[in-house]
Design a protein around this ligand. Structure first.
Ligand SMILES: NC(=O)c1ccc[n+]([C@@H]2O[C@H](COP(=O)([O-])OP(=O)(O)OC[C@H]3O[C@@H](n4cnc5c(N)ncnc54)[C@H](O)[C@@H]3O)[C@@H](O)[C@H]2O)c1
Length: 325
């Protein structure tokens, strides 16, 4: 058995966390030989609910779960943290504009960035799930100058997995037959799910990019899948978002033979995307580090779509400049 690692989760009393925590404690994120100290963080009014989550975790008798901390104190919650899943965020209320949501949530991610900087291990791997995830991740990163910017990521894995599943359904193949999915940009409806490099059973399917299915069915479905789920379920996606968070961290820690879509700092990319935004790029992951798949050629149609998602991220960043100190 390895030495226990510390996994901190914010928004731990919320819906996504309720799906993620038990999978993490059972070993699905870091493997069956990795004991875990869970540090569950939420706001003070949620402490009672969080105690209930702790009771349920105890009742599962997970052999890998070494300890459980329940706290609203960020210093305690991020103490010696190896993996941080920043899930907690304020939902958009009726009539609230996106820029107000950005400001309110930015105020959550600024102190969390500082607390990670001052309390987590400098090798910490951070995944931001709480929306607007890309710009929240940028805020946290800027407030943690002692941590390498590449250790901050935002979650695009749900969009990536949604794309993979829709391609598998369309081609009537197994999920593992679909490789090299790309989702570029922001986790919003400007994101660009791109099948121009995708392979099904080892064969490229780039001709699908010119079809009615890609333009009028696949792309809008992926971009608006969250709304489709709310419409059907009456609740936002939680189990699938939790699954994506677990998969993102698992592949970052253990590596993956397939490409992944990872929201990451855009500095020094070879695609001409502006610096200093959290942008999703196709990435390879091994040995606990990821790198952009830089050698790709972009088609003109994809490039113009990418400009839109890039400019949305620039606007988001520019609306929270005071939090990027
Ligand atoms: N990136 C993605 O792909 C993706 C997918 C789905 C949902 N999301 C986002 O994930 C977030 C969480 O979704 P949910 O369904 O679990 O929401 P939820 O409302 O069920 O839970 C949110 C939790 O966060 C807590 N919280 C609020 N402020 C906090 C703070 N400052 N510190 C710690 N905890 C805090 C709340 O008390 C609550 O327990 C939302 O922002 C949602 O939009 C992202």
């Amino acid at each position: 058995m390895n030495k226990p690692v510390n996994v901190s989760i914010t928004g731990a009393a919320g819906n996504i966390a309720y799906s993620a925590i038990f999978r993490i404690a059972s070993g699905q994120m870091l493997g069956n030989d990795q004991p875990i100290n869970l540090k569950l963080i939420d706001i003070e009014p949620a402490m009672n609910a969080l105690k209930g989550v702790k009771f349920e975790l105890e009742d599962c008798a997970f052999p890998l779960l070494n300890s459980i901390t329940v706290t609203h104190d960020l210093g305690e919650g991020f103490g010696d943290c190896d993996y941080a899943l920043l899930i907690g965020a304020k939902p958009r209320s009726k009539g609230m504009e996106r820029k107000d949501l950005l400001k309110d949530n930015g105020k959550i991610f600024q102190p969390q960035g500082k607390a990670l900087n001052n309390n987590a291990k400098s090798s910490v791997k951070v995944l931001v799930v709480g929306n607007p995830a890309n710009t929240n991740a940028l805020i946290a990163m800027h407030n943690a100058p002692n941590i390498d910017p590449h250790q901050f990521t935002s979650m695009m894995r749900l969009d990536h997995d949604r794309s993979k599943a829709q391609v598998a359904l369309k081609y009537k193949v197994q999920i593992n037959d679909v490789k090299k999915i790309i989702v570029w940009g922001n986790h919003s409806n400007t994101q660009v799910p791109d099948l121009s490099k995708t392979e099904v059973k080892g064969e490229e399917i780039k001709e699908v990019m010119n079809t009615d299915w890609y333009v009028n069915e696949f792309m809008p479905r992926i971009q608006k899948r969250g709304a489709e789920i709310i419409e059907a379920r009456g609740l936002s996606s939680a189990a699938s978002a939790a699954n994506a968070a677990v998969s993102h961290m698992r592949d970052w820690a253990a590596g993956s033979s397939d490409w992944l879509s990872i929201g990451q700092i855009s500095n020094n990319n070879t695609f001409g995307i502006t610096n200093n935004i959290m942008f999703s790029f196709p990435s390879r992951c091994s040995g606990g580090v990821f790198e952009i798949v830089n050698e790709l050629e972009m088609s003109d149609s994809i490039e113009s779509l990418i400009k839109k998602t890039e400019s949305e991220l620039v606007q988001e960043r520019d609306s929270v400049l005071e939090l990027l100190k």
